[in-house]
Design a protein around this ligand. Structure first.
Ligand SMILES: *Cc1c(COP(=O)(O)O)cnc(C)c1O
Length: 404
C-alpha cells in the first residue's frame, strides 16, 4: 500500500479540475476596513481591498466590541478553562444566551463553538430523540446541516431549492404518524436569494412537522433588531429552532440555537458537540455581547450595507457584468468555470489589489463557479467604481461575454 501516492493523486485530481484551493495570507487593518495587507509576494505586505469578508457590517472592528473584549481579557483572562458542565460556564455565556433568546423572541438559547457545530450537533441530536424521524432538507442547505442530518442517521428527503410544491409532494408522501423536521436556510449565501418562510411554515403546520432555520447570513443584518429574516417577516414564532452564527455579521466567533426551553434543555443534555468541548473564550463572548446589543438598537450599519450592495449590483449590471439575481446583500457574479473564476480572482489581486476569493465545487455545484462580493458599510462608491472598471477590463482581456 503506497499511502503517499494515494494522497498525491487526491491532490492531483483537484489541480486537474482547476479547483485546488489556495488560501491568501492577509491582515485586516483595524479601523480602516476594507483595507488590509496581503503577504503574497516577497516584497513585504501589499495594500489590498477586501471584497469577500463575511464580517458584513465590520463589527469585528467596532470600538464597542474591541473595548468589551479588552475589558474581559483583563478581568477574567484568555480562556474559559473547561466545558460548560465542568468549570467553563461563565457569566458572559449566560448573559449572551439570554440576549440571543430575546433577539429571536424565544424562551432560551444555547451557544456552540461555531455555526457549523451548532447545525451538526443540533440536527443530529434532535432527530435521534425523535424515533423514525424524517428530515426534509432544501437541496442548497449548507454542508453543516447536511452533516448533522447525515449524523442523525434519519431518513432524509431533499426538496428542490425553495420549491414549495416539491416540498408538499414529499411531505404528503410520508407516513402521517412519523415525526418530521423541515430544515432550511433564510438567506442562501451563494445565490443571495431568500426562502419563502411563511409558506414553508404553512406546510409544516399542515403536515405537523417541526421547523429548523439557518439564519447565519441574516442575523445582525435583517429585521428591526437584527433578528434575521424571521425578524423582518415576523415569522420567528412559527419556527421551532432558529440557528445563527456569531462569526459573520456579529463579527467575532461562535454559533447558537434559539428555541423553546425544553428543546434547549434536550440539546444541552444530549448533544456531544455541545457537551464534550471547551466552551467559547469569555473574551469572544464579551465581544459578541457588545455586538449583538449594539445591532439590536442601531440600524445604521444594516442600512449602509443594503445601500452598498444595491449600488454595486447596479454598477455591475450597467457594465454588462453577469450579476446573479440576488435579492439580498450578496452580490454574486456568475463565471461558470473554475479555471476562469480563479484566473479573474488572481488578476484582481495581483494587478488591482482587489481581493475576492473564487467560489468553486463543492461550495457551489460544478459549472456554476462564481465570484461572490460582499460590500459593506465602509466600501465607498469610488472603490466600487474601480472594481467595476477592473472587472470589465479583465472580462474583455479573457474574451468573456459582457451583456450589451
Ligand atoms: C458559514 C455558515 C455556517 C457555519 O457558521 P460558522 O460560524 O462559520 O461555523 C452555517 N450555515 C451557513 C449557511 C453558513 O454559510
Amino acid at each position: 500500500m503506497n499511502y503517499e501516492h494515494i494522497f498525491e493523486q487526491a491532490i492531483e485530481r483537484l489541480h486537474s479540475e482547476g479547483r485546488y484551493r489556495v488560501f491568501i495570507d492577509i491582515l485586516r487593518n483595524k479601523g480602516a476596513y476594507p483595507n488590509a495587507r496581503c503577504f503574497a509576494g516577497h516584497n513585504g505586505p501589499k495594500p489590498i481591498t477586501v471584497w469577500c469578508s463575511n464580517d458584513y457590517l465590520s463589527m469585528g472592528q467596532h470600538p464597542k466590541v474591541i473595548e468589551a473584549m479588552e475589558e474581559a481579557l483583563h478581568d477574567v483572562g484568555a480562556g474559559s478553562g473547561g466545558t460548560r458542565n465542568i468549570g467553563g460556564n461563565t457569566h458572559y455565556h449566560i448573559e449572551l444566551e439570554q440576549e440571543l433568546a430575546d433577539l429571536h423572541g424565544k424562551e432560551g438559547a444555547l451557544l456552540f463553538t461555531s455555526g457549523y457545530v451548532s447545525n451538526d450537533a443540533t440536527l443530529s441530536t434532535l432527530a435521534k430523540l425523535l424515533p423514525g424521524c424524517v428530515i426534509f432538507s432544501d437541496e442548497l442547505n449548507h454542508a453543516s446541516m447536511i452533516a448533522g442530518i447525515r449524523n442523525s442517521g434519519c431518513e432524509k428527503k431533499v426538496w428542490r431549492h425553495n420549491d414549495l410544491e416539491h416540498l408538499e409532494e414529499l411531505l404528503a408522501a410520508t407516513d402521517p404518524n412519523l415525526p418530521k423536521l423541515v430544515a432550511f436556510e433564510s438567506v442562501y449565501s451563494m445565490d443571495g436569494d431568500i426562502a419563502p418562510i411563511h409558506a414553508i411554515c404553512d406546510l409544516a403546520e399542515k403536515y405537523n412537522a417541526l421547523t429548523y432555520i439557518d439564519e447565519v447570513h441574516a442575523v445582525g443584518m435583517y429585521g428591526p433588531r437584527g433578528g434575521g429574516i424571521t425578524d423582518r417577516d415576523e415569522a420567528a414564532h412559527r419556527i421551532n429552532i432558529i440557528e445563527g452564527t456569531l462569526g459573520k455579521a456579529f463579527g467575532v466567533m461562535g454559533g447558537y440555537i434559539a428555541a423553546d426551553q425544553k428543546v434547549i434543555d434536550c440539546i444541552r443534555s444530549y448533544a456531544p458537540g455541545f457537551i464534550f468541548t471547551t466552551s467559547l473564550s469569555p473574551v469572544l463572548v464579551a465581544g459578541v455581547l457588545a455586538s449583538v446589543k449594539h445591532l439590536k438598537s442601531s440600524s445604521a450599519e444594516r442600512e449602509a450595507q443594503q445601500h452598498s450592495a444595491a449600488t454595486l449590483k447596479q454598477m455591475f449590471r450597467d457594465a454588462g457584468l453577469p450579476v446573479m439575481n440576488s435579492t439580498t446583500h450578496i452580490v454574486p457574479l456568475m463565471v461558470g468555470d473554475p479555471v476562469k473564476a480563479k484566473k479573474i480572482s488572481d488578476i484582481l489581486l495581483a494587478e488591482y489589489g482587489a481581493y475576492v476569493q473564487p467560489i468553486n465545487f463543492p461550495t457551489v455545484p460544478r459549472g456554476t463557479e462564481r465570484l461572490r462580493f460582499t460590500p459593506g458599510p465602509t466600501h465607498t462608491e469610488a472603490m466600487m467604481r474601480s472594481l467595476t472598471d477592473a472587472l470589465v477590463e479583465i472580462w474583455e482581456r479573457l474574451e468573456m461575454r459582457l451583456a450589451a
